[in-house]
Design a protein around this ligand. Structure first.
Ligand code: PPS
Length: 292
């Protein structure tokens, strides 16, 4: 059967899949509980990895407990209103008791205000722009509900112009960065998680006011390695069957590396991207360590 690649419709200037735009009022009106935790990221920045670490921390490293359901069922995806088999985020949330862990890709200004009014904790994960773009490109090839990515060169332009689903990467990383102190947002970097996963797991643990043993931290680091998550049916999105996710085109757990952009950008594309990057990012000083 064929799947519709949804057109994007702007919501306050941010292009979103039409099923999100069509349900916008109910998403915006969502009232979380103060005990709920939000995990936010631009698509393909390390959301699923962060979700798995958080779930394991909340279950004291119990691998079996964290295999109770696939990622999007354990942590409802707030704005998801897609075709079956995954129910909409709001439907799942309604059936779950707080405290819940909720995933979103919405930029800061589109996060339902109830999260901030209720002073919910939130974790943001950011990934360097070029790797984020490459990962998103492969995702758009395989996710049959996203707009066609088209040729890679044109995709770079769409990324720079903020025309991809969920809008501008630049606005996204800046939006949460500028609010992180006021809103008590834990701001993580994918590259830091790769460099020293143990340190980042411990940061998350402290932020959540949890204390698990050193041994359990080690276990969590091991269980959330790329290799283990790729093989974990409850974390690798095999729950979303073809033709929605056609993982024969590109697996959800694709490469999990820093610097894969070098295998995709030409020298010329990289130069053009860097020049534009400098302009778009000049007003903030976010410590991304890897553009090179
Ligand atoms: S989504 O669909 O937006 O929720 O995707 P998201 O989870 O944010 O990003 C998917 C990318 O993260 C990589 N990934 C990991 N890297 C390292 N370690 C672990 N454990 C891990 N889990 C997921 C995944 O492979 C995607 O990146 P790429 O570069 O495409 O491999």
């Amino acid at each position: 059967s064929s799947i519709t690649r949804f057109p994007l419709i702007p919501v306050r200037g941010v292009p979103l899949m039409n099923y999100i735009a069509n349900n916008w009022d109910s998403i915006w009106a969502f009232r979380p509980d103060p005990s709920d935790l939000l995990i936010a990221a631009y698509p393909k920045a390390g959301t699923t990895w962060t979700q798995e670490i958080v779930d394991l921390l909340l279950h004291n490293g119990d691998a079996e407990a964290c295999k109770r359901a696939p990622t999007p069922v354990r942590n409802p995806f707030l704005e998801l209103f897609s075709p079956p088999p995954i129910p909409s985020g709001l439907d799942l949330l309604e059936k779950m008791d707080p405290p819940r862990v909720i995933k979103t890709h919405l930029p800061f200004q589109l996060v339902p205000p109830g999260f901030w009014e209720n002073k919910c904790k939130s974790i943001y994960v950011a990934r360097n722009a070029k790797d984020n773009l490459v990962s998103y490109y492969y995702f758009d090839l395989m996710n049959q509900t996203q707009p066609e990515p088209g040729p890679f060169g044109g995709y770079i332009h769409k990324f720079m112009q903020g025309e991809l689903s969920w809008g501008s990467w630049y606005d996204h990383v800046k939006g949460y960065w500028l609010e992180r102190e006021k809103r008590n947002i834990l701001y993580l970097f994918y590259e830091d998680m790769k460099e020293n996963p143990r340190r980042e797991v411990e940061r998350i643990m402290k932020y959540l006011d949890l204390s698990v043993s050193d041994e359990v931290v080690s276990q969590i680091v091991e269980l959330t390695s790329f290799k283990n998550m790729k093989e974990n049916p409850m974390a690798n999105y095999s729950c979303v069957p073809s033709p929605v996710f056609d993982q024969s085109i590109s697996p959800f757990m694709r490469k999990g590396e820093v610097g894969d952009w070098k295998n995709h950008f030409t020298a010329e594309q990289s130069k053009l991207f860097d020049e534009d990057y400098e302009k778009q990012m000049k007003d903030v000083d976010i410590p991304f360590r890897t553009l090179i």
